[in-house]
Ligand binder design. Sequence first.
Ligand code: PEP
Ligand code: MG
Length: 547
Amino acid sequence: MSRQLTGIAGSPGAVAGPAVIIASSSDIRDLHKTVTLDDVELAITTVGSELDRLAHTATGEAADILSAQAMMVRDPALAASMRATCQGGESAPAAFSQAINEFRSALAALGGYLGERAADLDDLERRVLATASGAQLDALPKTEQPHVLVARDLAPADTVGLDPGNVLAIITEQGGRTSHTSVVARGLGIPAVVGCPGALEIAPDSLVLVDGDEGTVVVDPTPQQLRSLPAIRSEATVPSERCATKDGERVELLANVSGSAEAERAAALGAEGVGLLRTELLYLHRQVAPTLEEQEREYLAVFEVFPTGKVVVRTLDAGADKPLPFLAHDAPEANPALGIRGWRLDVLGPKLFDDQLAAIAAASAKVNTRVAVMAPMVATAEEAAAFASRARAAGIEAAGSMVEVPAAALRAGQLLEHCDFLCIGTNDLSQYAFAADRGLAALSGLLDPWQPALLDLIRLTAAAGEAAGKLVSVCGEAASDPLMALVLVGLGVRSLSMSSGSLASVHEAIGRHDLEQCRDLAALAVGARSAEAGRAVVKAKAHWSGK
Ligand code: PEP
Ligand code: MG
């Protein structure tokens, strides 16, 4: 029988396909209580044979470790301990995990080489439970079949590596509209429903219908429901004329991208350029820092997509939910979102950003693209000044700051004394203004870009830009919402950068209103008592009713 799950619309589009579940050991223990003792025993045999096979194909220490793992998983004491716990009433997956835990403690107590092997038991646990339950535990599934990826959440490193030709859609239990799963899915054009409770209970291989516009998932849809599948929206290209209000006020429309492939998609969809190149997403898998030459090549590939346009490169926004393995801190942070991330990483030494700025400058010297740079996580005018002077010393003329921290919005005028432009990142600005983790589905109401307090911060920043005669843009996901785009224009924002799938609708909505109407809509949204009230009143008054 079909059943519906409701989550948050993370990335638009509707599609149906077989579910592939990516689960952790604890997900499987909690959710697959129906896995029997026989299933786990069979899985132990299967995993043992698989490890033998892998050991034969490997060499050196890797082969030794795999053979040792094969022996461990077949150890009769492990199975005996599991059976005994099961007889006490535990589920088979929980009993297996408990037996593994006992082994782990015993090995760890031995110390030395054997103690180090304790960590291999984690891998054994994952392999056996995954095999027993039919879920996939790899970071990304190996299947070549087009599928819908279901997970508790995906690390940005996993999401960035997804192949849109293979991954039809994404469903996650956690995450919100501005979490990186949604952001990257939109960039890749993969429909996504995030913050979707019950997603991990979807049985592997069941057919799921994902509607990323509505935020709904139908498991085992009826033929009738499948027929009503909204046609996958063909991505309309932006009309050839530049975006402007009805009375001719120009609004620059740019795209948020994470590399040259996304830049090409953005150009095909009519972006005038790139308003946010998320450079850290190029390096999420790197164990060692990219060389200057590698960086130059990658930036140049993006610039070349817009030979006469503009590209704003954001320097590495590493840390918090986007850790870069080659930038590991010595001391773990209790609150990484409030820690050393973004521009603050400069405390590790000037080389990181000086190298990056040098690579951007070198790539920029080879093209006519108008290249600008900006720093993420700037909180004070001093930080903005430090970044701008380092960028100029590297030979980059246009240097700006992101406004993602409320302190920066409140002092935008002082930041603008040092930088050429400001770019508001509404995703983090919401997170920090409302003290609400942007990845937490339960807090999506606080993270709603229609929150009047967030609009106040945007209004202050835009007003500072108007006073200084400098550009203020918005590159957070708020800019992807056509109704919100009208409000942003009304507040004084003249440059919007978004996932490329939204360019056409934002262009159309702006073209149907004159500046005065945008200002009236902005006043209504700012004056509203709640996000819902603001959205409702703007929706009722705007001359645009599309998605
Ligand atoms: C933002 O915070 O709004 C932003 C655009 O940056 P990111 O989403 O990459 O953190
Ligand atoms: Mg940000």
